[in-house]
Design a binder for this molecule. Structure first.
Ligand SMILES: NCc1[nH]cc(CCC(=O)O)c1CC(=O)O
Length: 315
Protein backbone atom coordinates (compact mmCIF):
# COMPACT_ATOMS: atom_id res chain seq x y z
CA UNK A 1 0.00 0.00 0.00
CA UNK A 2 1.51 3.31 -1.01
CA UNK A 3 1.11 6.56 0.88
CA UNK A 4 -1.41 9.02 -0.60
CA UNK A 5 -1.50 11.64 2.09
CA UNK A 6 0.74 12.47 5.02
CA UNK A 7 -0.96 14.18 7.95
CA UNK A 8 1.59 16.24 9.86
CA UNK A 9 1.03 16.84 13.58
CA UNK A 10 2.60 20.04 14.89
CA UNK A 11 2.29 22.60 17.63
CA UNK A 12 0.17 25.54 16.60
CA UNK A 13 2.60 28.39 17.31
CA UNK A 14 3.79 30.44 14.31
CA UNK A 15 7.30 28.98 14.71
CA UNK A 16 6.02 25.41 14.78
CA UNK A 17 3.75 26.00 11.78
CA UNK A 18 6.68 27.42 9.80
CA UNK A 19 8.67 24.28 10.64
CA UNK A 20 5.82 21.96 9.67
CA UNK A 21 5.34 23.81 6.36
CA UNK A 22 9.03 23.35 5.69
CA UNK A 23 8.64 19.59 6.20
CA UNK A 24 5.54 19.66 3.99
CA UNK A 25 7.61 21.24 1.20
CA UNK A 26 10.39 18.66 1.63
CA UNK A 27 7.83 15.85 1.27
CA UNK A 28 6.47 17.52 -1.87
CA UNK A 29 10.00 17.68 -3.27
CA UNK A 30 10.50 13.96 -2.55
CA UNK A 31 7.28 12.97 -4.22
CA UNK A 32 4.84 15.48 -5.74
CA UNK A 33 2.12 12.80 -5.87
CA UNK A 34 1.94 12.54 -2.09
CA UNK A 35 -0.42 15.08 -0.57
CA UNK A 36 0.10 16.41 2.91
CA UNK A 37 -1.85 18.38 5.44
CA UNK A 38 -1.02 20.06 8.73
CA UNK A 39 -2.70 19.07 11.98
CA UNK A 40 -1.94 21.91 14.41
CA UNK A 41 -2.34 21.07 18.08
CA UNK A 42 -2.31 23.59 20.90
CA UNK A 43 -0.43 21.78 23.65
CA UNK A 44 -1.04 21.99 27.38
CA UNK A 45 2.29 23.78 27.71
CA UNK A 46 1.26 26.40 25.11
CA UNK A 47 -1.83 27.20 27.17
CA UNK A 48 0.03 27.26 30.48
CA UNK A 49 1.23 30.73 31.43
CA UNK A 50 2.94 29.75 34.66
CA UNK A 51 6.16 28.06 35.59
CA UNK A 52 6.76 25.08 33.26
CA UNK A 53 8.24 22.91 35.99
CA UNK A 54 4.82 22.95 37.72
CA UNK A 55 3.38 21.32 34.62
CA UNK A 56 5.93 18.52 34.56
CA UNK A 57 8.42 20.26 32.32
CA UNK A 58 8.82 21.15 28.70
CA UNK A 59 7.67 17.68 27.63
CA UNK A 60 4.25 19.30 27.68
CA UNK A 61 5.16 20.86 24.33
CA UNK A 62 5.66 17.54 22.57
CA UNK A 63 3.47 14.92 24.27
CA UNK A 64 0.15 16.05 22.77
CA UNK A 65 1.63 16.22 19.29
CA UNK A 66 3.17 12.74 19.56
CA UNK A 67 -0.14 11.37 20.87
CA UNK A 68 -1.83 12.27 17.56
CA UNK A 69 0.62 9.98 15.76
CA UNK A 70 0.26 7.21 18.32
CA UNK A 71 -3.52 7.23 17.89
CA UNK A 72 -3.25 7.23 14.10
CA UNK A 73 -4.96 10.63 13.69
CA UNK A 74 -1.71 11.90 12.15
CA UNK A 75 1.05 10.10 10.23
CA UNK A 76 4.09 12.02 11.44
CA UNK A 77 4.94 14.59 14.10
CA UNK A 78 7.44 17.41 13.66
CA UNK A 79 9.30 18.41 16.83
CA UNK A 80 12.09 20.75 17.82
CA UNK A 81 14.47 18.14 19.21
CA UNK A 82 15.50 20.71 21.82
CA UNK A 83 12.01 20.50 23.32
CA UNK A 84 12.02 16.71 23.62
CA UNK A 85 12.89 15.87 27.25
CA UNK A 86 15.81 13.61 28.03
CA UNK A 87 14.20 11.99 31.05
CA UNK A 88 10.91 10.83 29.49
CA UNK A 89 11.04 7.70 27.31
CA UNK A 90 9.66 7.91 23.78
CA UNK A 91 6.15 6.43 23.34
CA UNK A 92 6.75 2.75 22.62
CA UNK A 93 4.82 2.67 19.34
CA UNK A 94 6.80 5.63 17.95
CA UNK A 95 10.25 6.03 16.45
CA UNK A 96 12.42 8.83 15.05
CA UNK A 97 12.16 8.57 11.29
CA UNK A 98 14.38 11.50 10.38
CA UNK A 99 16.49 14.26 11.85
CA UNK A 100 16.73 17.10 9.34
CA UNK A 101 20.02 18.91 8.60
CA UNK A 102 20.91 21.07 11.56
CA UNK A 103 20.07 24.75 11.42
CA UNK A 104 21.93 27.50 13.31
CA UNK A 105 22.50 26.38 16.92
CA UNK A 106 23.40 29.75 18.38
CA UNK A 107 21.47 31.93 20.78
CA UNK A 108 21.18 35.63 20.10
CA UNK A 109 20.46 38.83 21.98
CA UNK A 110 17.77 41.36 21.11
CA UNK A 111 17.52 44.88 22.51
CA UNK A 112 14.43 47.09 22.68
CA UNK A 113 13.61 49.10 19.58
CA UNK A 114 15.49 52.42 19.71
CA UNK A 115 17.97 51.04 22.27
CA UNK A 116 21.57 52.13 21.74
CA UNK A 117 22.88 48.76 22.87
CA UNK A 118 24.22 46.15 20.48
CA UNK A 119 25.99 43.88 22.96
CA UNK A 120 25.48 42.41 26.43
CA UNK A 121 28.97 43.63 27.29
CA UNK A 122 27.97 47.29 27.34
CA UNK A 123 24.78 46.86 29.38
CA UNK A 124 25.00 48.73 32.67
CA UNK A 125 25.49 46.90 35.94
CA UNK A 126 22.27 45.27 37.14
CA UNK A 127 20.54 45.42 33.74
CA UNK A 128 17.54 43.12 33.23
CA UNK A 129 17.79 40.32 30.67
CA UNK A 130 14.78 38.15 29.83
CA UNK A 131 15.01 34.45 29.05
CA UNK A 132 13.24 31.44 30.45
CA UNK A 133 15.91 28.84 29.72
CA UNK A 134 17.81 27.85 32.85
CA UNK A 135 20.75 26.93 30.58
CA UNK A 136 20.93 30.50 29.25
CA UNK A 137 20.43 32.05 32.67
CA UNK A 138 23.34 30.11 34.17
CA UNK A 139 25.69 31.01 31.31
CA UNK A 140 24.67 34.68 31.30
CA UNK A 141 25.34 34.89 35.04
CA UNK A 142 28.66 33.09 34.68
CA UNK A 143 29.89 36.01 32.52
CA UNK A 144 27.94 38.78 34.19
CA UNK A 145 26.89 37.91 37.77
CA UNK A 146 25.50 41.43 38.13
CA UNK A 147 22.74 40.93 35.53
CA UNK A 148 19.16 40.44 36.61
CA UNK A 149 17.93 37.48 34.57
CA UNK A 150 14.13 37.24 34.56
CA UNK A 151 11.86 34.59 33.04
CA UNK A 152 9.91 35.28 29.85
CA UNK A 153 7.96 32.70 27.89
CA UNK A 154 5.39 32.69 25.12
CA UNK A 155 5.29 33.28 21.40
CA UNK A 156 8.35 34.99 19.94
CA UNK A 157 6.18 37.90 18.71
CA UNK A 158 4.79 38.44 22.18
CA UNK A 159 8.21 38.28 23.77
CA UNK A 160 9.59 40.87 21.38
CA UNK A 161 6.52 43.00 21.96
CA UNK A 162 7.18 42.95 25.72
CA UNK A 163 10.83 43.81 25.12
CA UNK A 164 9.88 46.82 22.99
CA UNK A 165 6.94 48.13 24.99
CA UNK A 166 7.42 47.17 28.62
CA UNK A 167 10.03 49.25 30.42
CA UNK A 168 11.19 46.29 32.50
CA UNK A 169 13.62 44.71 30.03
CA UNK A 170 17.02 45.73 28.70
CA UNK A 171 17.60 42.64 26.55
CA UNK A 172 16.07 39.33 25.48
CA UNK A 173 17.94 36.13 24.64
CA UNK A 174 16.49 33.51 22.29
CA UNK A 175 17.52 31.08 19.60
CA UNK A 176 18.63 32.55 16.29
CA UNK A 177 17.15 29.67 14.29
CA UNK A 178 13.78 30.13 15.96
CA UNK A 179 13.83 33.86 15.27
CA UNK A 180 14.74 33.24 11.63
CA UNK A 181 11.91 30.73 11.22
CA UNK A 182 9.37 33.46 11.93
CA UNK A 183 11.25 35.94 9.72
CA UNK A 184 12.54 38.18 12.53
CA UNK A 185 16.27 37.51 12.25
CA UNK A 186 16.88 41.22 11.59
CA UNK A 187 16.11 41.79 15.28
CA UNK A 188 19.14 39.74 16.38
CA UNK A 189 21.65 42.37 17.50
CA UNK A 190 24.29 40.05 18.92
CA UNK A 191 24.99 36.42 18.15
CA UNK A 192 26.39 34.37 21.03
CA UNK A 193 28.98 31.88 19.78
CA UNK A 194 28.95 28.34 21.28
CA UNK A 195 32.18 29.10 23.18
CA UNK A 196 30.31 31.73 25.15
CA UNK A 197 26.84 30.16 25.29
CA UNK A 198 26.96 26.40 24.80
CA UNK A 199 23.76 25.39 22.94
CA UNK A 200 21.03 23.11 24.22
CA UNK A 201 21.05 19.43 23.32
CA UNK A 202 19.28 19.16 19.95
CA UNK A 203 19.38 22.92 19.26
CA UNK A 204 18.47 23.82 15.69
CA UNK A 205 17.33 20.31 14.77
CA UNK A 206 13.88 19.25 13.61
CA UNK A 207 12.98 15.64 14.27
CA UNK A 208 10.20 13.64 12.60
CA UNK A 209 8.43 10.90 14.53
CA UNK A 210 6.26 8.15 13.05
CA UNK A 211 4.63 4.95 14.23
CA UNK A 212 7.04 1.99 14.12
CA UNK A 213 4.48 -0.12 12.23
CA UNK A 214 3.93 2.41 9.42
CA UNK A 215 6.67 1.09 7.16
CA UNK A 216 5.52 2.99 4.06
CA UNK A 217 5.49 6.30 5.88
CA UNK A 218 8.89 5.55 7.38
CA UNK A 219 10.34 4.60 3.99
CA UNK A 220 9.15 7.85 2.42
CA UNK A 221 9.97 10.28 5.23
CA UNK A 222 13.17 8.43 6.13
CA UNK A 223 14.66 9.79 2.93
CA UNK A 224 14.80 13.20 4.63
CA UNK A 225 17.21 11.91 7.29
CA UNK A 226 20.56 13.67 7.48
CA UNK A 227 23.30 11.26 8.56
CA UNK A 228 25.67 13.77 10.14
CA UNK A 229 22.94 15.50 12.15
CA UNK A 230 21.60 12.11 13.25
CA UNK A 231 25.01 11.10 14.64
CA UNK A 232 25.42 14.45 16.42
CA UNK A 233 21.94 14.40 17.96
CA UNK A 234 22.42 10.78 19.00
CA UNK A 235 25.61 11.64 20.90
CA UNK A 236 24.04 14.69 22.58
CA UNK A 237 20.90 12.82 23.60
CA UNK A 238 22.84 9.81 24.88
CA UNK A 239 24.63 12.21 27.23
CA UNK A 240 21.34 13.89 28.26
CA UNK A 241 19.56 10.59 28.92
CA UNK A 242 22.35 9.41 31.23
CA UNK A 243 22.37 12.72 33.09
CA UNK A 244 18.65 12.27 33.81
CA UNK A 245 18.39 16.02 33.97
CA UNK A 246 14.99 17.32 34.94
CA UNK A 247 13.50 20.39 33.28
CA UNK A 248 15.08 22.74 35.79
CA UNK A 249 18.62 21.51 35.24
CA UNK A 250 20.86 23.76 33.21
CA UNK A 251 22.45 21.31 30.79
CA UNK A 252 24.17 22.17 27.51
CA UNK A 253 25.48 19.76 24.89
CA UNK A 254 26.88 20.37 21.47
CA UNK A 255 28.28 17.79 19.05
CA UNK A 256 29.98 18.71 15.78
CA UNK A 257 31.62 16.66 13.06
CA UNK A 258 35.14 17.48 11.86
CA UNK A 259 36.18 17.34 8.21
CA UNK A 260 37.70 13.91 8.95
CA UNK A 261 34.33 12.67 10.27
CA UNK A 262 35.42 12.76 13.92
CA UNK A 263 32.58 13.56 16.30
CA UNK A 264 33.37 16.15 18.95
CA UNK A 265 30.99 16.46 21.90
CA UNK A 266 31.05 19.15 24.55
CA UNK A 267 28.79 18.89 27.55
CA UNK A 268 28.20 21.22 30.49
CA UNK A 269 26.08 21.16 33.62
CA UNK A 270 25.67 24.34 35.66
CA UNK A 271 24.32 25.43 38.98
CA UNK A 272 21.43 27.87 38.38
CA UNK A 273 23.61 30.90 39.17
CA UNK A 274 26.43 29.66 36.92
CA UNK A 275 29.02 29.69 39.70
CA UNK A 276 29.53 25.93 39.67
CA UNK A 277 29.84 23.83 36.56
CA UNK A 278 31.16 20.62 35.05
CA UNK A 279 32.61 20.81 31.55
CA UNK A 280 33.70 17.89 29.36
CA UNK A 281 34.90 17.77 25.77
CA UNK A 282 35.71 14.49 24.02
CA UNK A 283 36.19 13.13 20.54
CA UNK A 284 34.78 10.00 18.93
CA UNK A 285 38.16 8.30 18.65
CA UNK A 286 38.79 5.09 16.74
CA UNK A 287 35.22 3.80 17.01
CA UNK A 288 33.57 7.21 16.61
CA UNK A 289 30.30 5.76 17.85
CA UNK A 290 27.79 8.48 18.90
CA UNK A 291 26.12 6.65 21.81
CA UNK A 292 29.46 5.67 23.26
CA UNK A 293 30.74 9.23 22.96
CA UNK A 294 27.65 10.55 24.76
CA UNK A 295 28.19 8.10 27.61
CA UNK A 296 31.89 9.01 27.89
CA UNK A 297 31.13 12.72 28.15
CA UNK A 298 28.42 11.93 30.71
CA UNK A 299 30.94 9.91 32.76
CA UNK A 300 33.44 12.77 32.73
CA UNK A 301 30.73 15.24 33.81
CA UNK A 302 29.85 12.91 36.68
CA UNK A 303 33.49 12.69 37.69
CA UNK A 304 33.43 16.49 37.94
CA UNK A 305 30.39 16.46 40.23
CA UNK A 306 27.48 16.88 37.80
CA UNK A 307 25.14 14.70 39.86
CA UNK A 308 25.66 16.82 42.94
CA UNK A 309 24.96 19.97 40.90
CA UNK A 310 21.76 18.53 39.36
CA UNK A 311 20.46 17.05 42.59
CA UNK A 312 20.94 20.28 44.52
CA UNK A 313 18.54 22.11 42.14
CA UNK A 314 14.93 22.09 43.33
CA UNK A 315 12.36 20.73 40.88
N1 LIG B 1 12.21 26.40 23.76
C1 LIG B 1 11.46 26.76 22.60
C2 LIG B 1 12.21 26.51 21.35
N2 LIG B 1 12.41 25.26 20.89
C3 LIG B 1 13.18 25.34 19.74
C4 LIG B 1 13.42 26.68 19.50
C5 LIG B 1 14.18 27.25 18.39
C6 LIG B 1 14.74 26.35 17.36
C7 LIG B 1 15.70 25.31 17.82
O1 LIG B 1 16.74 25.60 18.42
O2 LIG B 1 15.41 24.14 17.52
C8 LIG B 1 12.81 27.42 20.50
C9 LIG B 1 12.77 28.88 20.63
C10 LIG B 1 13.85 29.49 21.47
O3 LIG B 1 14.50 28.79 22.25
O4 LIG B 1 14.06 30.72 21.38
Amino acid sequence: MSVDVIRIATRSSPMALAQARHVQQLIRDLNPEVKSELMPHTTTADRWKGDLSKLGGKGGFVAGVSALVESGEADIAVHCVKDVPGDVPQIEALTWTAFLPRDDVRDCVLFPEHSDHTSLDTLPKGATVATSAVRRKAQLLRDRPDLKVVPMRGLVHHRINSLDHAVDYDALVLSYAGLARVGLQNRAAQILEPERMLPAVGAGVLGIEARCDRTNVRALVGRLAHARTTAEVTAERAMLAKLRGHCNSPVAGYCTTGSDGQLSLRGMVFSPDGTQFAHAHMWGGAKNEPNQLGVLVFAELMRQGARRIIDSIPH
